[in-house]
Design a protein around this ligand. Structure first.
Ligand code: ADP
Length: 248
């Protein structure tokens, strides 16, 4: 239920490791269909934030809601994934010895909990969705190629496709353009713009050119807390952000 105008809501979330606060009373609000970039220097708490949202790390204090009704702190990591929060780590983890098609099929089978069944067969509507996902990630022509033969960028898109097979409402992407060529980066910006039509996205990113290209609202974290929020131009003009990035 996103009727209250938010798909994800964090309030005063604190995570401590041996007394050190990796997140310090962080609040965050993501609207349906929003693409939010999270930036900040190393150690700012970006990964810890993703870990809290996906249920990998439990906060010491605070509130984490998915939509307006689901208290994520009451759910396990697999339950949260099944509810529609998909996460992609920086390194692509596709099955290199399977084809593009088989990777997507497998992602669907895993989602449906029928991976163990050798009799898993795609239904017509699933076949349509798979074709739609192939089109979205622009890998229709590579459908029967082994995933191991794809370029780095194509592997990243395939992994996003695997997440899409699980029909997520919210996608968390960790540095999706790391290691990509300029043209792959451009195509990824286009892909994320497409995804925004049906999904909300949170993207942790270091590449400011890419952040500018996807034109989203930016949240700057520093020392586990919110330092600034706004357009890239707004946060880049913020004295505190300049200080953190330039170390003045
Ligand atoms: P970022 O992703 O922005 O680089 P992280 O969320 O990885 O930042 O880390 C934030 C801070 O919390 C860092 O100082 C890191 O060393 C610390 N930290 C993260 N995870 C742990 C852990 N499991 N145990 C101890 N300290 C941790």
């Amino acid at each position: 239920d996103v009727s209250h105008g938010r798909i994800l809501y964090l309030e005063d979330v604190t995570v401590s490791f041996d007394g050190f606060r990796a997140l310090n009373q962080l609040s965050l609000d993501i609207a349906p269909g929003e693409l939010r970039c999270i930036i900040g220097p190393n150690g700012a708490g970006k990964t810890t934030l993703m870990d809290v949202i996906t249920g990998k790390t439990r906060p010491d204090a605070g509130t984490v809601y998915f939509g307006s009704t689901i208290d994520l702190l009451r759910h396990s990591e697999p339950e949260i994934a099944a509810m529609g929060i998909g996460r992609k780590f920086q390194k692509p983890t596709v099955f290199e010895n399977l084809t593009v098609f088989e990777n997507l099929e497998l992602a669907l089978a895993c989602h449906k909990g029928v991976w163990a069944s050798m009799r898993f067969k795609l239904k017509a509507e699933q076949r349509d969705r798979l074709a739609q996902v192939l089109h979205t990630i622009e890998l229709t022509q590579q459908c029967h190629a082994l995933a191991g033969s794809l370029s780095h960028g194509q592997k990243q898109w395939l992994e996003i496709g695997m997440l899409l097979m699980q029909e997520p409402k919210l996608l968390l992407l960790d540095e999706p353009v790391a290691g990509m060529t300029d043209s792959e980066t451009e195509r990824t910006a286009e892909l994320l713009s497409k995804l925004k039509q049906h999904h909300s996205l949170i993207v942790v990113e270091h590449d400011m050119g890419f952040v500018r290209a996807i034109c989203s609202k930016v949240t700057v974290l520093c020392e586990g807390a919110l330092l600034a929020e706004g357009t890239l131009d707004e946060v880049q003009a913020d004295e505190r952000v300049i200080e953190v990035y330039l170390g003045r």
